[in-house]
Ligand binder design. Structure first.
Ligand code: UT7
Length: 333
């Protein structure tokens, strides 16, 4: 039997309309455009500010666009994996809300929480399902409504994060394309440095958790930064080496968008010029599991069949890794 490869055959995305720029942010906390641009590289981020809307709202917009762009009948989709750290609510899963609102009548679905590494993890699992031959068409979504858990009094974290969701269609092919290799890890060391302590089973929501600001992200930026640079660079180097990839045959590097200085360090390690690195952090900030699919959404027009792409991410846990994929089609669908 011929080997089945798992390839992305379309991309959809959604970012909310409201733009929170550095100017407005500097009226909320003691910061300024120059600091944010030099230290992080973000000019503005999108915020979902309509009452009552959560991550599923953005995901269903992204999925609907994906189905339309690719001319896919929703009933053909067999599974939807939703990578997110900001589910609409603990029960039911955000994935089930998305499935219900997009007419995916024949799909099972699941939420996956691997923080900013979520999309990479979800793609690896989704690709394995397709490669097994048991599934023909699945959707992998990634994204977050980080504005729901950001403390807008904390100048060290609030400039970083934004809201948005991307979605990709994954199908089988016998061509030499698609998801080729991955290296994914987690170590639990990140708990003190990047967490949100309240509202889970260890500390359910209470007056205490609210009084102690435990429903907002806590991040020790400097420590996270150091781990991120090392883990992402090492994973990329490993993936490049074992697939005989180098600066001459890598077409694009697609890094998680957390800080432009982290991205430059990764590019530097691979000896890749920055014009070969997908970058949209300046417009969306860090959308956690959304950064990678949203970058594919933004760059889709420029991608060509056979492009060698190295993807990499790092997030809470810590979770991290890199993957190699060969792009499946030319330009916009
Ligand atoms: O996506 C998942 C993983 N997350 C990441 O990858 C994030 C990794 N970390 C980072 O990107 C960076 O550490 C930050 C962007 C969070 C912070 O940048 P930094 O260069 O590490 O700054 P710092 O925390 O070391 O702070 C340097 C100075 C401090 O002042 P002093 O103590 O040197 O006087 C901060 O108080 O910058 C100050 N500062 C700010 N100043 C103006 C911190 N935040 C701000 C701000 N505006 N927004």
């Amino acid at each position: 039997m011929e080997k089945i490869n798992a390839v992305i055959t379309g991309v959809g995305g959604y970012v909310p309309e409201y733009v929170l720029n550095n100017e407005e942010l500097s009226r909320m906390v003691d910061t300024n455009d120059e600091w944010i641009m030099t230290r992080i590289g973000i000019k503005e981020r999108r915020i979902l500010n309509e009452e009552g809307l959560g991550t599923s709202y953005m995901a269903r917009k992204a999925v609907k666009q994906l189905l339309e762009k690719t001319g896919t009948d929703p009933e053909e989709i067999e599974c939807l994996i939703m990578a997110t750290t900001t589910p609409d609510m603990p029960i039911p899963s955000t994935a089930s809300i998305v499935v219900g609102r997009t007419g995916l009548k024949n799909a099972f679905c699941v939420d996956l929480n691997a923080a900013c590494c979520g999309f990479l993890y979800a793609m690896d699992m989704g690709a394995s399902m397709i490669q097994s031959g048991r599934y023909k068409k699945i959707i992998v979504c990634g994204g977050d409504k980080l504005s729901s858990i950001v403390d807008y009094n904390d100048r060290a974290t609030c400039p970083i994060f934004g809201d948005g969701v991307g979605a990709v269609l994954v199908e089988g092919t016998t061509e030499d394309l698609g998801w080729k290799d991955s290296y994914l890890r987690a170590d639990g060391k990140g708990l003190p440095y990047l967490c949100l302590k309240g509202g889970g089973s260890a500390c359910p929501a209470s007056y205490f958790t609210i009084d102690h600001n435990m429903h907002k992200i806590h991040q020790e930026g400097r420590t996270v930064y150091k781990y991120a640079v090392t883990s992402m660079s090492d994973s990329c180097a490993l993936i490049a080496e074992r697939n005989n990839l180098n600066k001459d045959n890598i077409t694009w590097v697609l890094p998680h968008q957390a800080n432009v200085r982290i991205i430059e360090a990764v590019a530097n390690r691979l000896e890749m010029p920055m014009d070969k690195v997908m970058l949209n952090i300046q417009r969306y900030g860090n959308t956690s599991a959304g950064t990678i699919p949203l970058a594919l959404w933004d760059y889709e027009k420029q991608l060509r069949k056979g492009d060698n792409i190295i993807l990499t991410a790092f997030g809470g846990g810590f979770t991290w890794g890199a993957a190699y994929m060969k792009w499946g089609y030319d330009g916009n669908k």
